[in-house]
Design a protein around this ligand. Structure first.
Ligand code: TA6
Length: 301
């Protein structure tokens, strides 16, 4: 049984001054991590990181309409897309980005040391998931806060048959102004342009956002740097392992309106998703008993 009562979680997993469980004003239970002057909030719903504050800055964007405990995952933070990324490969009636972001995860363990704190949340597929995905698996995510924020997403095949997995850490970074943003590190990479029906294209130079951008970059995608021209010294560096794809997404005007949960018509100006993924042709095949680990580390200058 999943324990989500904050008092019970604090007794079992709380770490004085570093990890506390609370009833969130958004609804639902969250863990608040504090370490080395940084903080981060992780919801049990979807194991979704809701914020990350470091060097006095809010680095992760969350819609002002975000709520926990509804049938929709909060827009923003770091949703976990699992066990498929985007539309289901053969049945578009199934939920976008899989079902893990809609489930309540259990707390498996917490750790703390001077300057660092981490929490591991776990989910095991069950009867409720069978119609959506006919496999058995366990998934664990460890969110570690210190000088950087790290997420490690580990999938184990608990069934008797192999399965294919796509997934992503769908990180919404907060930016000052989208017009001043550039993304470095993907020059020369091929990408699938979702805005143009998955046309295969090649990136030349840095990425600038001046329209709807929805791309799956393929191949060697680490490290990637998110830089703002107004303050180039304060870049965010994204390093990944277990990934051969990265997604860059900004919905721009029309998609923002269509989404309906971005909080404001111009909210897209303050966010950019850079997602560490196994997506596109980067599909993971897991044999019975096998394990795959996808990990991202975010460091803010
Ligand atoms: O990662 C980019 C993307 O797959 C886009 O195509 C976009 O629609 C977005 O994720 C958000 O998906 P959601 O299901 O959260 O509305």
């Amino acid at each position: 049984m999943t324990i989500s009562d904050p008092a019970a979680l604090n007794r079992q997993f709380g770490r004085v001054g570093q990890i506390a469980f609370e009833a969130s004003p958004l609804g639902g239970t969250v863990a608040v991590l504090a370490a080395g002057g940084c903080s981060s909030t992780v919801a049990l719903q979807g194991a979704q990181v809701l914020d990350w504050r470091a060097n006095g800055r809010d680095l992760v964007w969350l819609s002002r309409d975000a709520r926990l405990g509804t049938s929709k995952a909060p827009r923003g933070g770091i949703p976990v897309c699992w066990p498929w990324f985007g539309s289901h490969p053969s049945d578009s009636s199934k939920p976008s980005h899989g079902f893990a972001r809609h489930r309540t995860w259990s707390v498996a363990e917490t750790q703390s040391a001077e300057g660092s704190a981490s929490i591991t949340l776990a989910y095991r597929t069950g009867d409720d998931d069978r119609q959506l995905w006919p496999h058995q698996a366990s998934v664990r995510i460890t969110v570690s806060l210190g000088h950087s924020l790290s997420l490690t997403l580990e999938t184990t095949n608990l069934g008797d048959e192999p399965f294919e997995l796509t997934e992503a850490l769908h990180t919404y970074f907060r930016v000052g102004d989208i017009d001043a943003v550039r993304v470095e590190g993907l020059d020369g990479r091929d990408y699938l342009d979702k805005v143009e029906n998955f046309a295969l294209k090649r990136q030349t130079g840095v990425i600038r956002i001046d329209r709807e951008v929805d791309r799956i970059y393929l191949g060697d995608v680490t490290p990637v740097r998110l830089v703002e021209a107004t303050d180039p010294a304060r870049a965010i560096v994204i390093e990944s392992t277990g990934s051969r794809s990265a997604v860059v997404w900004n919905p721009w005007f029309e998609r923002t309106e269509a989404l309906g949960d971005m909080g404001a018509a111009n909210a897209f100006r303050q966010m950019l998703c850079i997602e560490t993924a196994n997506a596109g042709e980067d599909v993971v095949r897991l044999e019975p008993g096998a394990r795959h680990v996808l990990a991202a580390r975010y460091s803010a200058a």
